[in-house]
Design a protein around this ligand. Structure first.
Ligand SMILES: Nc1ncnc2c1ncn2[C@@H]1O[C@H](COP(=O)(O)OP(=O)(O)OP(=O)(O)O)[C@@H](O)[C@H]1O
Length: 328
């Protein structure tokens, strides 16, 4: 049964833009499905132009999808009334803060729009804005404005929080402050959907990561699952025959000479095969230099541009130099 109880429901959403004269339309979103539940923090990742902002715009009701359906707290965000929209906190890249007003004034103004707002001094403190509370917006640094925009989005105790690159301009302390305040909101039941290129933040703070590429969801899962399995890397003379090593490995092992002389082993228990690898290396006049690691989200997004198969669950791409031992 389709899960329609989620706070944010995106079903088969498509969005096109008119292309340059003489060229076809730009497909920004191509059949996106997504769920964000109450209390969940979901990060949207993907290269520039992947469709993240287009998707967030459909969720906040700023744009209407050409295809498919979006529901936020059970309603179509495009046609939601003021009360419905007030339940979603939004942080946009251009922030939309009035340049002439003072920081605390802006936050107080946002608070006054809600029935049970959070105390303004509490949010200023949590986001490290105490010292600049009486400073005009135009005199705030970019990072301070970004913190204030997050405070404005949270002051109404939103049920849904949508943020487009909220940590882009923040120093490490600011990133921690924003991630902590967002995590606390999620612990209180807010559903959070947030786009970011700061993949270390995503790995740290997201319950799930959704990887978009060319308007499609390539992967959706906890960060550790999306980045994939452990990889053992080692070296040996280029073209060393691998049949002997494959025979010694456990079922499901996959071995690839990624560039001449550099080998990668993946598959269940890959990290437990170090003795077999060392013995094979010794037999081919090589030794040492074996590393075990898990690809970071950053590695993954970097590889996406030319290889969607880099993401587990994405369309597989043929790897001519890969050899695999059949599962027993
Ligand atoms: N108003 C527009 N007119 C034409 N094309 C657009 C428009 N807005 C976005 N696009 C195109 O739609 C695609 C998706 O853009 P989008 O801004 O959603 O990507 P993004 O993942 O948010 O990128 P970034 O990481 O650079 O912010 C891109 O190819 C972009 O050029």
């Amino acid at each position: 049964m389709p899960d329609t109880a989620a706070a944010v429901v995106v079903d088969g959403v498509g969005r096109r833009f008119r292309g340059r004269r003489g060229s076809g339309p730009v497909v920004a979103l191509d059949g996106v499905d997504l769920r964000v539940h109450a209390g969940e923090v979901v990060a949207l990742c993907g290269p520039n132009g992947a469709g993240k902002t287009s998707l967030l715009d459909c969720v906040t009701g700023m744009r209407r999808p050409d295809l498919g359906r979006v529901r936020v707290l059970g309603h179509d965000p495009w046609s939601a009334d003021a009360a419905g929209r007030a339940r979603t906190g939004v942080v946009l890249p251009d922030l939309g803060l009035p340049a002439a007003a003072r920081a605390a004034e802006v936050l107080r103004h946002h608070a006054a729009l809600h029935l049970h707002p959070r105390p303004v001094p509490e949010l200023l403190g949590l986001l490290g804005l105490d010292e600049v509370r009486d400073r005009g917006i135009r005199r705030l640094s970019t990072g301070q404005r970004q913190r204030l925009a997050v405070a404005c989005a949270l002051v109404g105790r939103p049920d849904v929080l949508v943020m487009d690159e909220p940590t882009a301009a923040l120093d490490p302390e600011g990133r921690r402050a924003v991630l902590d305040v967002v995590a606390a909101a999620a612990a209180g039941g807010t559903a959070v959907l947030w786009s970011s290129h700061t993949l270390a933040d995503v790995e740290r703070a997201a319950d799930r990561v959704v990887v978009l590429h060319r308007g499609r969801v390539l992967a959706d899962g906890p960060p550790s699952e999306v980045t994939g399995e452990e990889v053992v890397r080692f070296e040996a003379p280029p073209g060393s025959p691998t049949a002997g090593l494959l025979a010694a490995l456990g079922p499901g092992a996959r071995l690839e000479e990624v560039v001449p002389g550099r080998f990668e082993l993946r598959g269940a228990g890959a990290a437990e095969e170090l003795v077999s690898i060392a013995a094979w290396q010794a037999g081919h006049g090589a030794r040492g230099g074996i590393t075990v690691g898990r690809p970071s989200l950053e590695d993954l997004v970097l590889r996406l541009a030319d290889d969607p198969g880099a993401v587990p669950g994405a369309t597989p791409v043929a790897r001519p130099r890969t050899t695999a031992r059949e599962p027993a």
